[in-house]
Design a protein around this ligand. Structure first.
Ligand code: GDP
Length: 424
């Protein structure tokens, strides 16, 4: 059985915590897209961790963690992250890396930086982890698969061929030093030795596991609104963030994905540039940011302050629909306990007309939020373990959201810890 955990919004919905929780009943946990630009925050008995590349299942000793073929694999980063867990007393996780995953090259990171620098004020707000240049090269067919590290002759020839092009760009477009093929080749041999213990045909491994009745969890990064096709293009990420892509990025048949748990945040937050209809500013935003998440809404990878907003039912319903959500986990609800009333964006006004359907980016830029206000519950709901114990106004907020998004809310998260969860 395959379950997917994916985001409905702009990312940072709290997927890490839900994955960590559901990891308990999973045999295999797979990252299927994105790279080390992700940031999941997990709090468990070993402490507080920010994982960027490893799946959130690495804290269990009964699970195998897989970096699927769809991931942008930063090899030194992977090794550093594994080591940092071991250093803090976490038992060394079982990790497999797809032989078809492609490698984040040092120059991808450089190009990401140089391009943001070149764009200046028009930049994408990239995390500069090399993601966009990486996926560009993958689809331009000049990327390097992990498997290619193991054929020295071909590798050497390919490094020379690819650098011919890269060095022209470096010199003439960005006015930066060229890369020496011999040096890059040496780096790649080091990468090979680092990754070798983990390399496997992971699609086959998952196939065999599914035949044996094992449970697989696909862990998405970011959310629907950052998907290159269905998000707020071009302010999106460079790999698909949708559950459907989980089939490709992990190498399994699409019909195997039986449960799609869409993580929806009880208010909105976003990092980077792009349309954000229910965004709030000033003191109102500062207060929500300060109280938000676990110790404030700041990017797990970059430390940047996140942009804040009220719950956006238009974006979230669309987010769930494009994910194909079979159930919803509503997270960080505890944060909202301080508010007298909670505005919920229930429609977008575009050119004088109100719509509930999430539009394309150009329309989105013109959209003004239409709010409905719900009464607050004015208390701390952390520690509550059953739905009935939640204050009435809190339940009303949940049920209002459920009706707006049209998907059953099966879990409510009321704190950052694994046990801060209410099943409905
Ligand atoms: P992800 O990328 O979707 O995994 O989200 P992040 O981990 O970046 O952001 C979620 C943040 O909210 C982290 O700091 C979590 O520890 C925290 N968090 C997750 N669930 C809850 C919750 O229910 N309540 C509170 N207060 N914090 C939460």
């Amino acid at each position: 059985m395959v379950r997917a955990i994916v985001g409905a919004n702009w990312g940072d919905e709290g997927k890490g915590k839900i994955t960590d929780m559901l990891g308990e009943t999973s045999d295999i946990i797979v990252r299927f897209q994105g790279g080390s630009n992700a940031g999941h925050t997990i709090i468990n008995k070993y402490g507080k961790f920010a994982l960027h590349l490893l799946p959130s299942g690495v804290f269990y000793d009964h699970t195998t963690s897989i970096i699927g073929n769809g991931v942008a694999l930063n090899i030194p980063y992977l090794c550093k992250e594994i080591q940092s867990l071991v250093d803090r007393g976490v038992p060394k996780p079982k990790i497999l890396v797809s032989d078809r995953a492609q490698i984040m090259m040092p120059y991808h990171i450089l190009f990401d930086e140089y391009e943001e620098e070149r764009l200046g004020k028009k930049s994408f707000g990239s995390t500069k982890s090399g993601i966009a240049p990486f996926y560009s090269d993958k689809y331009a067919k000049i990327g390097f698969q992990v498997s290619e590290l193991f054929d020295e002759e071909l590798l050497k020839e390919k490094v020379e061929r690819v650098l011919e092009q890269k060095n022209i760009l470096l010199e003439h477009m960005y006015h930066k030093p060229a890369i020496d093929p011999a040096e890059l080749y040496k780096t790649l041999l080091e990468y090979r030795d680092m990754v070798a213990p983990y390399v496997a045909d992971t699609a086959l491994f998952i196939h065999e596991a599914l035949k044996e009745g094992k449970t697989v969890l696909l862990e998405g990064q970011l959310g629907t609104l950052k998907d290159p096709d269905f998000g707020i293009y071009p302010m999106v990420t460079s790999s698909s963030t949708l559950a459907a892509y989980g089939a490709i990025g992990a190498g399994i048949p699409p019909y195997e994905i039986k449960d799609i748990i869409c993580v929806v945040k009880a208010y909105s937050s976003a990092v980077g540039a792009g349309e954000f209809v229910s965004e709030i500013f000033g003191d109102e935003a500062d207060e929500l940011r300060r109280r938000g998440g676990d110790g404030g809404e700041f990017g797990a990878t970059t430390g940047r302050p996140r942009r804040m907003g009220w719950f956006d039912a238009v974006a979230s319903r669309y987010g769930c629909r494009m994910q194909g959500a079979t159930e919803v986990a509503l997270t960080v609800l505890d944060v909202l306990g301080y508010l007298d009333e909670l505005p919920v964006c229930v429609g977008y006004e575009i050119d004088g007309k109100v719509t509930k359907d999430f539009p394309v980016t150009a329309q989105l830029a013109k959209a003004k939020p239409v709010y409905e206000k719900l009464p607050g519950w004015k208390c701390d709901i952390r520690g509550i373990r059953t739905y009935e114990e939640l204050p009435e106004n809190c339940r009303k907020y949940i049920e209002f959201i459920e009706k707006e998004i049209g998907v059953r809310i099966s879990m409510v998260s009321n704190g950052p810890k694994r046990e801060d969860i209410i099943y409905r």
